[in-house]
Design a protein around this ligand. Structure first.
Ligand SMILES: *Cc1c(COP(=O)(O)O)cnc(C)c1O
Length: 367
């Protein structure tokens, strides 16, 4: 039996979730967000599965976009944070990337640039998130500086980002959308506001382009988990194996720091997954783990290569049984909630030691 920890990525599920995004916003085009190695799923395989359902890709930087271009993708690619240095503008021209401009020097650099080809920029509007973007009242002036500049294509888009769309009861989103509408009123060009939560929860924010990320990877973007929208199919399943079953006495302590003691004589299982695979070390006792399809609870501290589970509810299970840390049968949102984080972080932090195995639309194994 090999130790093998797998992060199985279901490419058909990924594609189904893109169809769910399209059905939720039928009049919008889709910019699939594949930054950060497609949220840890593998950017090229993810983009390959998404391509038939996607009008453009969005990434964070030129380095990520270059990987997509080298892999042969011809779709528009948006750089969500624009150039990080002036030379990124020439890379954007050469690779046909659409930079999102959020700050003064970027506008100045593009307005003056003489690039090998003109680029189609987006203007980022800060409608209340207060992270990146121009204040609403500056948008017209930024547009006028870019419009007609030699290295700027006629089409200039407008983008904003929603801070609280994951809470469907929060009134901040309506305010942000109203500010956005007003900031670009009368200016030509496509508009984009909706992340996954905007796609599924705020139809008034769909505009011309939606920007789904986490929903493509099968996790709910909402703070209250699921409900209220089409079900999403889990894409990544993190799996290990049960490598030992030990029987301890009442009072025996488990693992580093002896943080958990057996309340009674009991079987304890050891699972072949730890923080070296990306499982969160701060996941507390009680975090759910599926062993052979049965829910058990994490007990004691997570180590680098292993974690322990309470097998009192599953005494007959044999060494070698499969264990699911999240994914099929155990929503990543639930594990993330127990561990005080979000599904995005679980996916992104899954390490290369958890070998990606692709199933579904394209059957390949990356080793
Ligand atoms: C990452 C990102 C998204 C995708 O957000 P999700 O919550 O994963 O859907 C959309 N827009 C911008 C600007 C982003 O940075």
């Amino acid at each position: 039996m090999s130790r093998r920890v797998w992060a199985t990525v279901n490419l058909s599920a990924l594609r189904d979730n893109a169809r769910t995004a399209r059905a939720a916003a039928p009049r919008s085009r889709i910019m699939a967000v594949v930054k950060s190695d497609a949220y840890g799923h593998g950017m090229v395989p993810a983009a390959t599965a998404l391509a038939p359902e996607t009008d453009a890709f969005a990434v964070t930087c030129v380095e990520e976009a270059a990987v997509l271009r080298e892999a042969g993708f011809r779709q528009p690619i948006v750089l969500l944070e624009g150039p990080f240095a002036a030379e990124d503008l020439e890379s954007a021209a050469a690779l046909g990337l659409e930079p999102v401009l959020h700050t003064e020097w970027q506008v100045e650099a593009l307005a003056r640039a003489r690039l090998s080809a003109p680029v189609a920029p987006w203007i980022k509007v800060d409608t209340g998130m207060h992270r990146l973007g121009f204040p609403p009242e500056a948008v017209g002036e930024v547009w006028r500086r870019l419009h007609g500049a030699p290295s700027v294509q006629p089409q200039i888009g407008f983008m904003t980002h929603l801070a609280c769309a994951d809470d469907r009861a929060d009134t901040a989103t309506q305010r942000q959308l109203a500010v956005f509408d007003e900031a670009c009123a009368g200016l030509p060009g496509p508009r984009s506001a909706a992340n996954s939560a905007g796609v599924l929860g705020w139809p008034g924010g769909h505009f011309d382009w939606i920007r789904p990320g986490i929903m493509l990877y099968g996790a709910s973007p909402f703070i209250d988990g699921r409900g209220g929208h089409q079900p999403l199919a889990p894409v990544m399943t993190l799996e290990g194996r049960l490598i030992a079953v030990n029987h301890y006495r009442a009072g025996d302590a488990l693992g580093y720091g002896a943080t958990w003691r057996c309340p009674e004589p009991m079987p304890v299982g050891v699972i072949s997954v730890g923080y070296g695979d990306g499982y969160p070390r701060h996941a507390p006792s009680g975090t759910p783990v599926l062993v052979d399809g049965v829910r058990t609870a994490l007990v004691g501290r997570v180590s680098m290569d292993m974690l322990c589970v309470d097998l009192r509810g599953h005494p007959g299970v044999a060494v070698g049984a499969p264990a699911t840390l999240w994914g099929d049968g155990l929503p990543a949102e639930e594990v993330a909630g127990a561990a005080g984080t979000i599904s995005y972080e679980l996916f992104c932090r899954t390490t290369p030691r958890a070998r990606r195995r692709y199933v579904g639309a394209a059957q390949t194994e990356v080793t």
